[in-house]
Ligand binder design. Structure first.
Ligand code: ADP
Ligand code: ASP
Ligand code: MG
Length: 408
């Protein structure tokens, strides 16, 4: 007998038919004697629909009220799943995040979980119930409903698994595991049996939305055994491992991540003297805007160009700050920007022991005539910024060049 926390995503609960299927799956585990906490997302499309409603009323919806509303998507799914379980003679009970008391900070729309009260869930489990919990939501200490950011039900699942010390956290979704890259973009992408925690962390932070980044961070911090599997087919899925298997032949590159979430900003003709990076990025940081990649060109004639990327949602805001507060102050020539960029990254722990990955990546892109606008590296990843229109091509040619479609 084991104790599982299972999370089913939006597509998996996208219709009442699908909810009945999830209930059948859960009932099968229950019949085998396992204890189960089941986390569900809103039915697919529902969160987007609710956000659009808010925008019909308020141009910039009030974040607290937005959370009150979008959290209803998950509240519908938990009740439907609990009912579906009852029809299969499984004792089930549903709870919202605030009923469990998933306590978060007060950063509405992207709150962080601070603690989870496990007492009620444990009592229900001991009494033989399947406990169904709404993903993506919590409550702050003032009693206001909060949400955890898009894709946040993954984090609810992993956080519950950590708090309740589950044997495994199983993320059921519409693909049968973690692939070398998004299988919707590269048909030849291959499912991985395992991926190291470090690689998964990079993949998630570089844009692979199969797991919310925060959920991977949680799994790392609390050493949660985490597996991604299909809601629709049987299979082992992909296990996130904490140790590199020394005996296993390790691929140099494990996966390719990409995202279109960023925008690039360049400050032209900046005086090339100490403190300039701080003068430009200080006010950006003060406005709570995260900066990702940064490039400062080699100066000539005492002037240089300074480029960086921010999330697309912050693009206009950042340009305004630079034009109003910084450009006149430091005497820069101009501020330019573009949001039609994409970041493509190759990830693999094998890079630590192999040279030449970057040059191979740059050669492959050059052969396709794809211009690299920015580069960033870490020990286990290389990221490039390219024109958005070349993103899919770049992912495909790199996937092929690094032999990712071939099993080891
Ligand atoms: P859910 O609604 O179940 O949370 P998501 O849409 O959030 O599902 O995540 C699953 C999707 O993630 C897949 O449909 C797939 O298109 C995408 N995806 C992106 N990168 C990968 C990857 N490396 N492996 C598998 N799926 C990926
Ligand atoms: N329903 C939320 C979203 O669409 C949370 C989730 O699905 O994980 O982002
Ligand atoms: Mg998701």
């Amino acid at each position: 007998m084991a104790f599982y926390v299972q999370k089913y995503g939006g597509t998996s609960v996208g219709s009442t038919e699908r909810i009945k299927n999830v209930a059948k799956k859960v009932a099968k585990f229950y019949a085998q004697g396992h204890q189960l906490v089941v986390v569900v997302s809103a039915m697919s499309g529902e969160t987007n629909r609710l956000i659009a409603l808010a925008h019909d009323i308020q141009e910039n919806p009030d974040a607290r009220e937005l959370d009150v509303m979008v959290s209803t998507g998950e509240q519908v799914s938990i009740a439907l799943l609990a009912m579906a379980l009852m029809t299969l003679n499984v004792k089930a009970k549903s709870y919202t995040g605030s009923q469990v008391r998933i306590l978060t900070d007060s950063t509405h729309t992207k709150a962080r979980i601070l603690s989870i009260d496990e007492a009620r869930i444990r009592a229900d489990l001991d009494a033989g119930f399947v406990v169904v919990v709404a993903g993506f939501q919590g409550v702050d200490e003032k009693g206001s409903i909060t949400t955890l950011g898009r894709g946040g039900s993954d984090t609810t699942g992993v956080a519950l698994a950590a708090a309740l010390k589950a044997d495994e956290c199983q993320i059921y979704t519409d693909v049968d595991g973690i692939y070398t890259t998004d299988p919707r973009v590269v048909a030849e992408a291959r499912r991985l049996n395992t991926i190291t925690f470090e690689e998964m962390l990079e993949m998630a932070s570089l844009g692979s939305k199969v797991l919310q980044l925060r959920s991977v961070e949680f799994a790392g911090k609390y050493k949660v055994k985490l597996r991604v599997l299909s809601s629709f087919e049987e299979g082992q899925g992909t296990l996130i491992t904490f140790e590199e298997d020394e005996n296993m032949e390790q691929a140099v590159i494990s996966g390719i991540a990409f995202n279109r979430d960023e925008a690039k900003i360049t400050v032209l003709g900046v005086p090339d003297h100490p403190g300039i990076a701080y003068q430009i990025l200080g006010p950006v940081a003060d406005a709570n805007i995260d900066v990702d990649m940064i490039i400062q060109n080699v100066g000539h004639d005492g002037l240089t160009d300074f480029s960086f990327t921010v999330h697309r949602n912050e693009f206009k805001n950042t340009i305004n700050i630079l034009k109003e507060k910084i450009q006149p102050h430091i005497g820069a020539r101009d501020v330019l920007g573009g949001d039609r960029i994409a970041k493509v990254s190759v990830v693999g722990v094998g890079m630590r022991s192999h040279a030449g990955i970057a040059s191979k990546m740059f050669r492959v892109l050059a052969e396709e005539g794809i211009n690299i606008q920015m580069i960033a590296t870490s020990e286990i990843k290389i990221s490039v910024v390219v024109d958005e229109k070349y993103m899919e091509l770049a992912v495909r040619v790199l996937h092929k060049a690094f032999d990712l479609e071939q099993a080891l």
